[in-house]
Write a new protein. Sequence first.
Length: 240
Amino acid sequence: MSPKISIVLTSYNRPNLVEEAIRSVFAQTFTNWELLLMDDGSNEETIETLDRVVDELDITNLDPRVFFCGREVDEEERSTKCRYALNINDGLKLSDGEYITYLTDDCLFLPNRLERMAHELDNDPNKMVVYGMQRVQVRYDGDWRNFRIRNTIGKTRSPMCQVDHNSIMHRALCLEKLTKPYWVEDKSAWMDGDAYFFEKLATHFDFYPIQEVLDICRIHDNSVQSLVKAGKSPLYSEEI
């Protein structure tokens, strides 16, 4: 059996989208995974949704692969950190897989995502980090519409701002080469948190491309990057 994959999924106030993200993990053709669901003190609607999904999927009683890690957050302190980076770092502390990958609560894995990436790492011990193509969708009149395909940029040591963190997988051993915290938690990192992490990885490892669309990146008015670009707080509070 291929080594276990740890999936670090960050969640905050997106009840409808996080349910779809979780279900995309359960739809995987690859089954040797653990899901670290890191919720950042979401609103009541989101927590009720997470509880319902847990109940429907019998996660608590029948599926030991899922770990729900909620936290209480002092709202006065919420703006002092890059919240998703903090939650990812906490997820990495809990991870037990030989391979590690990431998912946000507004994006999706395609069904063969884990199987395809694990195959690449299983069959080439020289590959430490792999990444795939993405289907980018935008929200229009309440529906998700395909916008474009984000292609790979080839084997690279310059993935920053060109590769999305939902599209990578790396060996857990990579973390031994990196300084802590792995993801920059300073509030200045909201816009480019994955770029800072990728820069650390790329100092030591090549990023190897997989020429296949393996996940869906959803862009909307309430996404972190959209809010920051618009000069607004990334601490979104409303579901799209």
